[in-house]
Design a protein around this ligand. Structure first.
Ligand code: RP5
Length: 161
């Protein structure tokens, strides 16, 4: 069973989107990652979404750059939650991607994350938070993850002058 579907508009997005995959892997959440484009392969995208739903998918993480319609198109095709990741673009540095993903019309929401690696990682972690609502083991792992971060902040020393 692939619990989370990760989709990106191009294989060139993987460098960023792999951060979402890494988080899911670290938490032991099954995922399937595909490069499928809302513009270039719309039929395959729709077929994959349907197939993922049949195979028990609980949420989608969609990353795209530029005229980033992918997350919105995924949201239009499914009732599962969709988390959008803006991919940095060459000229507008991902601001185009962010605005494309975040400005969804009322009624078809996409939960939009930060541009780039931090956004991708947080989308993965957010998916874990959603799944942890119905999974006590996952909730424990999230608490341990939080504790580890807090310990790292407490142990960190400022450099000497
Ligand atoms: C978008 O165009 C993709 O999501 C990617 O971020 C961007 C560039 O794609 P490639 O030209 O690298 O395939 O659709």
């Amino acid at each position: 069973m692939s619990t989370v579907g990760i989709v990106m508009g191009s294989t060139s997005d993987w460098d960023v989107m792999k951060e979402a995959a890494k988080q899911l892997k670290d938490f032991g959440v099954e995922y399937e990652a595909r490069a499928l484009s809302a513009h270039r392969t719309p039929a395959e995208l729709e077929a994959w979404i349907e197939d993922m739903e049949k195979r028990g998918c609980k949420a989608f993480i969609a990353g795209a750059g530029g005229a980033a319609h992918l997350a919105g198109v995924v949201a239009a095709k499914t009732l599962l939650p969709v988390l959008g990741v803006p991919i940095p673009s060459k000229y507008l540095k991902g601001l185009d991607s962010l605005l494309s993903i975040v400005q969804m019309p009322k009624g078809i929401p996409v939960a939009t994350f930060a541009i780039g690696e931090a956004g991708a990682a947080n989308a993965g972690i957010f998916a874990v938070h959603m799944l942890a609502l119905a999974d006590a083991k996952l909730k424990k792992r999230l608490q341990a993850f939080r504790d580890k971060q807090a310990d790292a902040v407490r142990a960190a020393k400022l450099p000497e002058l």
